[in-house]
Ligand binder design. Structure first.
Ligand SMILES: [Zn+2]
Length: 403
C-alpha cells in the first residue's frame, strides 16, 4: 500500500490566500489521517474539536447524541450553519467461537465490491491499529445487514474495534487528492477553514459549523440533532457533501451548487444565495468556476433538515469512486480535485459574507427582486407592444358586448 502524501498542488485558482491554502492542507491531513466509521466517530470528533477550538470566538457544544456544534455569535437573528458528517462506510466486527471473526457493513457499499477488500481494524478509544484482514465473502442477513466473512486475519480483532478499508489516508498527485475517505471529511475540512477565515475578518453575524455522526446509515445523527431541537428556529443550513460525479458536475470543474439530491430539491433562497456567492468569487478570481447540478447519485442531510423545517441548501464536491467503489469492480480510494475544495471554502466564506446583510432581501422575495429588475427594464417595451397586440382583442370584446 502506498504511503500517504499530502502536499499543496502548485497550480491553483487564486481563490484562497497562501496561508489559508496551507491551513486547509493541515486540516485535511489531520482529518484524513484519522480512521472513522458509522458509530465510531470518536477520533474524528476529537480532531474536529481540537481544530475548532483554535478558531477565535468559537464555542463548542455536543448534543445528547454526540453531534458537535461549533458556534460563533454575532448580531442578527438568523444563524447561517454549515453542516457535514464525520462518518464513512465501515465495519463492526464480531467474534465467533472456533471460527475467524466476521463483521457487519454499515453504510452503502454494494456487496459485489467487497470480496477481496483489505480491511484494517482500530481500537475505538485509542484508534490503535489492532488487526488487518481480507473480506472472503459478503452476504445479506435476515436483518438486512451485510455480513462479511474475514480471512487472512493478522493481529487480534478485538470486541469494540471497528474496521475501515485499508487504503492510504490521502495521496496528492497533481491536483487530484485520492483518499480512503473524502466523503465527508472534506466537507468538514471546508467548514473548519471557512469559519477560521470568517473569524479572522471579524464576521459580524452568527455562524455555526455542525458535525454530525452516523449519516451513512440514514442521517441517524442528523435526525437525532433535529429531534433534540438544539438548532433553534432561526437557523439556515448549507449541507456539505462529497457526491458522486455526474455528467453535469465533473471532478475539477469547481465546487457544485447542489440544487437537490435523490430525494428532494433544496431551499430556493439558500440555493440562490450560493449561486450569487459563486458569481462574487468569480468576479474576484476569474479562474474560479462553480457548477450547478442536481446531484442525484445519493441523498444528503439537507433533505433531512428541510423535512424537519430547517431551511437547507447544499454545496458539494464532485467525487470519483464514491464510497470506495473502484472502476474495476473492487475497492479503491475516493478522489476529488484539490482546487474544487479550495473553491468550496471560498464559496462558503462568500455565502456567509452575503447572508442576512442589512438591506438584503430575504426569502423568495430575493429572487422576486431580481425578476422585478427585469420587469422594470423591459415593461415599457411590453406595454408599447401590447397596445398593438391587445387592441383587436379589446375591440372584439366591445363588439361582443354591444351586440
Ligand atoms: Zn456523505
Amino acid at each position: 500500500m502506498p504511503a500517504s502524501r499530502f502536499a499543496l498542488p502548485r497550480a491553483h485558482h487564486g481563490v484562497l490566500a497562501d496561508a489559508d491554502r496551507t491551513a486547509l492542507l493541515r486540516v485535511v491531513t489531520a482529518l484524513l489521517s484519522t480512521p472513522t466509521a458509522p458509530y465510531f466517530e470518536d477520533g474524528m470528533l476529537a480532531v474536529v474539536r481540537a481544530l475548532a477550538a483554535e478558531i477565535p470566538g468559537v464555542t463548542l457544544r455536543s448534543d445528547e447524541h454526540g453531534n458537535l456544534i461549533a458556534r460563533r455569535t454575532g448580531s442578527g437573528s438568523r444563524t447561517l450553519a454549515f453542516s457535514a458528517h464525520l462518518d464513512h462506510p465501515g465495519f463492526h466486527p464480531f467474534l465467533r467461537r472456533g471460527r475467524a471473526p466476521a463483521a457487519t457493513l454499515h453504510g452503502g457499499v454494494p456487496m459485489t465490491f467487497l470480496p477481496g477488500a483489505e480491511l484494517r481494524f482500530h481500537d475505538a478509544r485509542s484508534l490503535r491499529s489492532v488487526a488487518t484482514a481480507r473480506v472472503a465473502t459478503a452476504a445479506k442477513g435476515d436483518d438486512d445487514l451485510v455480513y462479511v466473512e474475514l480471512e487472512d486475519v493478522r493481529g487480534v480483532v478485538e470486541p469494540g474495534s471497528f474496521g475501515v478499508f485499508d487504503l492510504p489516508g490521502g495521496v496528492m498527485r497533481g491536483t487530484r487528492l485520492s483518499a480512503r475517505v473524502c466523503d465527508d471529511l472534506l466537507g468538514a475540512a471546508a467548514i473548519l477553514v471557512a469559519l477560521a477565515i470568517l473569524a479572522r475578518e471579524g464576521h459580524p453575524r452568527p455562524l455555526a459549523g455542525i458535525f454530525t455522526r452516523a449519516e451513512e446509515t440514514g442521517f441517524v445523527g442528523c435526525i437525532g440533532l433535529l429531534e433534540s431541537g438544539v438548532l433553534g428556529k432561526q437557523t439556515s443550513v448549507v449541507g456539505l457533501e462529497c457526491s458522486p460525479r455526474r455528467a453535469t458536475a465533473k471532478v475539477g470543474r469547481g465546487p457544485v451548487v447542489r440544487v437537490g439530491d435523490r430525494l428532494s430539491v433544496f431551499d430556493p433562497e439558500l440555493t440562490h444565495g450560493l449561486q450569487d456567492a459563486a458569481s462574487r468569487v468569480k468576479a474576484r478570481a476569474p479562474q474560479f468556476a462553480a457548477q450547478r447540478a442536481l446531484m442525484d447519485g445519493g441523498s444528503c442531510e439537507s433533505t433531512a433538515y428541510n423535512a424537519w423545517g430547517v431551511p437547507a441548501g447544499g454545496a458539494c464536491l464532485a467525487l470519483g469512486n464514491y464510497h470506495n467503489c473502484g472502476p474495476d469492480g473492487g475497492i479503491a480510494a475516493e478522489f476529488v480535485d484539490w482546487n474544487d475544495l479550495e473553491g468550496l471554502v471560498a464559496l462558503l466564506v462568500e455565502m456567509a459574507r452575503g447572508f442576512d446583510t442589512p438591506g438584503a432581501v430575504a426569502g423568495a422575495s430575493g429572487i422576486r427582486a431580481r425578476l422585478i429588475r427585469n420587469w422594470e427594464r423591459e415593461s415599457g417595451q411590453l406595454s408599447r407592444s401590447s397596445a398593438r397586440l391587445c387592441t383587436p382583442a379589446r375591440t372584439a370584446a366591445r363588439k361582443r358586448r354591444s351586440s
